[in-house]
Design a binder for this molecule. Structure first.
Ligand SMILES: *Cc1c(COP(=O)(O)O)cnc(C)c1O
Length: 355
């Protein structure tokens, strides 16, 4: 049976978007493809409030995280860790042989400008990794404030942001915030099928990349730039997904960016209130995510059983991540889900659990 996805990726994909992929294939060196990339790129730049280069990679987000790490630093990287996905940045950095330290806070807590300031004060670092929205805990880090502090006090530090579960669901002003790399796979707030990653890269990050001999091949910014002005990519792009992305970007801009951010905030507030009423919020109330809520399982319910019964009724939520399994559960409110979907979902959960 079809299940509507209330999990933090992949998210529910509208029929129109599925259909947008079902069109004849075009050659990636043909004018038709260049026209497609030339059409979609400015829409992405508009959504990210940026004039910087925005690349499209046929890859999941993790691939582009790895590519970013390989061309970010000639010194040492500071990896901030507040959950499973921010920890992934640290693992990727170490496994690529790049010098790194981690700044870690407990699950459910946020990375703050003061913590980052203290860690960077040793002046060993020339890049930092952050997660905008820590999907494993439901925390949204204050990236704007952290970036402002870094820009003022540590101007040589490149700011790499994993915005996978935030981009297209919450406002990210790439230029005004002075970010250097900001990436997201399209299977979360963009509400597209998986397999494509969008990545904005600043001019200075592109210059830094060229200084690093072993920057890799597939994800190298300068390799992407060799075809950028022709509106092409060096390797074969995920053409069908980009066709769907172009249609989806029109829908996003037609909704209106401010309206889209507001819709996500309203859905977040609704689920947070519901969680406070029947359970408890897992994470620090000051930094709650706008796109996914982590609910502490204070009633000791079986999350697996709940999800099984939701499945019979046509929906799916997420268990707690990693060792939070059964101790918490997550409801995503991102992408093309609407308030009425969440009202329906909470009604079903209340009915199943006799709340
Ligand atoms: C989903 C997610 C990822 C991993 O994305 P993939 O597309 O599976 O590589 C990374 N970071 C965050 C914050 C995520 O939510």
């Amino acid at each position: 049976m079809y299940k509507k996805l209330f999990i933090p990726g992949p998210t529910h994909v509208r029929n129109e978007i599925l259909q947008a992929q079902a069109v004849p294939m075009i050659g990636h060196r043909a004018k038709e493809y260049s026209d497609l990339q030339a059409s979609v790129t400015p829409k992405l730049q508009k959504m990210l409030y940026t004039d910087a280069h925005v690349y499209l990679f046929a890859s999941s987000s993790t691939g582009v995280m790895e590519g970013s790490i390989r061309q970010a630093s000639t010194k040492k990287i500071l990896n901030t860790v507040c959950g499973a996905f921010s920890k992934r940045w640290h693992e990727i950095t170490l496994l690529n042989g790049v010098a790194a330290d981690k700044l870690e806070v407990a699950m459910g807590q946020a990375i703050t400008p003061a913590l980052v300031d203290e860690a960077l004060s040793s002046r060993e670092y020339d890049a930092i990794t952050l997660v905008l929205n820590e999907t494993s805990t439901g925390i949204m880090n204050p990236v704007k404030d952290i970036a402002a502090m870094i820009h003022e006090k540590y101007p040589d530090v490149l700011i790499l942001v994993d915005a996978v579960s935030g981009m297209a669901g919450t406002k990210i002003e790439f230029d005004a915030w002075n970010l250097d790399v900001c990436l997201a796979g399209v299977q979360k707030c963009f509400a597209l099928p998986a397999g494509l990653t969008v990545c904005a890269v600043s001019d200075r990050a592109r210059e830094r990349g060229k200084e690093i001999p072993n920057r890799g091949y597939y994800f190298a910014w300068d390799a992407m730039d060799s075809k950028y002005d022709k509106h092409q990519t060096p390797a074969t792009p995920a053409i069908s997904l980009i066709q769907a992305l172009d249609v989806q970007m029109d829908a996003i801009l037609a909704e209106g960016l401010e309206n889209r951010w507001a819709r996500h905030s309203e859905m977040a507030a609704y689920i947070q209130d519901w969680a406070r009423k029947y359970f408890k919020l897992y994470s620090d109330e000051r930094y709650l995510s706008q796109t996914v809520t982590n609910v502490e399982n204070t009633r000791g319910i079986s999350v697996a059983d709940l999800n099984k019964e939701l499945g019979n009724r046509g929906a799916m939520i997420s268990n707690g991540y990693g060792n939070l399994k059964e101790k918490a559960f997550r409801i995503a409110h991102m992408g093309d889900l609407q308030m009425e979907d969440l009202v329906w979902l909470t009604g079903q959960i209340e009915d199943i659990l006799n709340l």
